[in-house]
Design a protein around this ligand. Structure first.
Ligand code: PNW
Length: 473
């Protein structure tokens, strides 16, 4: 790669967050509870026993967040809307809350005034509790029209100014963590000691995912038919997915690697971009994998204007696992010679491995042939939360992670020819890290949760400088 390679001038870069992870103010201005308020407030569901009641208080401090983004030179900000602020009870016949609309409208105006492009996620996991109580939320097909109506309310209210939309963030996590493993809201699984209310890990995740895909597609249809002609924006979905490599060169581990990619990514990407569920999943699940009618498939196939990519790590795959949501494969970070793939993060599921980031970009570009928007990528430094501030802000492992992945991204564009349009670091701030509570920190900004003071880490400076040097003027 030549030292002169640069990303195009219109490349979008910045940081990502999600409503429940940052906003706090959970009862302000008519907001009703979401399934995350309910789940996180139950004993034992988060590592520190804390929920999103305060988080980073970004609902109140939104002007500070915009000033922080501006100070970092960010060109764009990816954030999500809280469904239960906009339609507190969630359903298509339920009232819209003007105060919720006004908050996000002011926020979008503030971003634009600061020269920051809003990239808006409509759903990042905080389902109105009422829809869960009414019909089981994502388990019921009524969610499709309720989600599409909510999306239409957002297009109508904000689409004059928002030109980049994501329907659903990481539908895999919703289906698997929420309805199979039960470690995310609403916490359902087959184990009655964890989920006394019910749940069936063998059937519910596949149903939930199917309804998510249909709800996404219905929202996109409405955008394209009723809003896009005038508003002229882009809309898509964003999928989590980590690069997978065979643990060794045995044929069974090579096959298992594709099965793992199919179940992590293909489960959603294949129907949306190619028009069918992966054959390996049909073989594994039989009649438990729901089927699309021809009319539904016509709605789903082609329902994303781009590939939205959230990724964090790379896994070494072995055949022979027992979990269907991993395609009956096992994964490890330990190579056959006993060495580790990369630098270990605070959370067990994350090690840094930049060659895997480049390989994933190439795989997605070749397989789905869509422009790629990297909508999340980030690192949690081991034990950062228990370090004194002066040490925590010198986040060398995070700097190295971003340096490796940004160089890999540039190489994927300049050398491999991948069409990549954005990069969002996760996250602008340390925030509520779901089941980890506030223990695990992903921010480029340190948050003191007692005072809500924000202190830039070295990684924020590194990223600002890197993009200054690597985006064409
Ligand atoms: C993403 N995993 O979630 C989410 O989009 C963010 O809200 C979250 O804060 C961020 O990544 C960091 O975790 C994931 O276990 C959570 O593989 C867990 C996994 C992947 C993504």
């Amino acid at each position: 790669m030549s030292a002169m390679s640069k990303l195009p001038a219109d490349f979008l870069w910045g940081y990502a967050t999600a409503s429940y992870q940052i906003e706090g103010s959970t009862t302000a201005d008519g907001r009703a509870p979401s399934i995350w308020d309910t789940f996180a407030s139950k004993p034992g569901k988060t590592l520190d026993g804390l929920d999103g009641t305060h988080a980073t208080e970004s609902y109140a401090k939104w002007q500070d967040d915009i000033a922080l983004l501006k100070s970092y030179g960010a060109k764009s900000y990816r954030f999500s809307l809280s469904w239960s602020r906009i339609i507190p009870k969630g359903g298509k016949d339920d009232p819209v809350n003007d105060a919720g609309i006004k908050h996000y409208s002011d926020f979008i105006d503030g971003l634009l005034a600061a020269g920051i492009t809003p990239f808006v996620t409509i759903y990042h996991w905080d389902l109105p509790q009422e829809l869960h109580d009414r019909y089981g939320g994502w388990l019921d097909r009524r969610i499709i029209d309720d989600f599409a109506n909510y999306a239409a309310v957002c297009f109508r209210a904000f689409g004059d100014r928002v030109k980049h939309w994501l329907t659903i963030n990481e539908p895999w996590c919703v289906a698997v963590l929420g309805y199979c493993v039960g470690i995310h809201a609403p916490g359902r699984c087959s184990d009655r000691t964890k989920s006394p209310e019910g749940g069936d890990s063998a059937t519910e995740p596949w149903i939930v995912a199917h309804n998510e895909i249909l709800a996404h597609a219905q929202a996109v249809k409405i955008y394209r038919e009723q809003f896009k002609p005038a508003q002229k924006g882009q809309i898509g979905i964003t999928l989590n997915g980590d690069w997978c490599m065979p643990w060794d060169n045995s044929p069974e581990n090579i096959k298992a690697t594709q099965d793992a990619l199919d179940t992590a990514i293909g489960w959603f990407a294949d129907p949306i971009y190619l028009g069918y569920y992966p054959a390996s999943m049909k073989a594994m699940l039989g009649a438990r994998l729901p089927e699309f009618t021809p009319a539904e498939l016509a709605l789903v196939h082609g329902s994303s204007d781009f590939y939205g990519m959230n990724t964090y790590t790379t896994k070494l795959i072995k055949a022979g696992g027992t979990l269907e949501h991993h395609g009956l494969t096992d994964s490890t970070f330990t190579r056959p010679d006993g060495t580790q793939l990369g630098v270990q993060a605070h959370c067990s599921w994350l090690q840094a491995y930049a060659p895997g980031f480049r390989a994933l970009l190439n795989y997605l570009w070749k397989k789905y042939n869509m422009p790629i928007y990297v909508t999340e990528n980030g690192f949690a430094v081991k034990d950062e939360g228990t370090k004194p501030l002066s040490e925590a802000v010198e986040d060398t492992d995070r700097v190295n992670y971003y340096q490796g992945n940004l160089e890999a991204l540039l190489a994927a564009v300049a050398e491999d020819g991948c069409d990549i349009r954005s990069y969002y670091g996760w996250s602008l701030l340390d925030n509520f890290e779901w089941g980890d509570g506030y223990v695990t920190r992903f921010g480029v900004t340190y948050v003191n949760y007692d005072t809500q003071e924000r202190v830039p880490k070295a990684s924020a400076r590194f990223i600002a400088t890197w993009f200054k040097e690597h985006v064409a003027a």
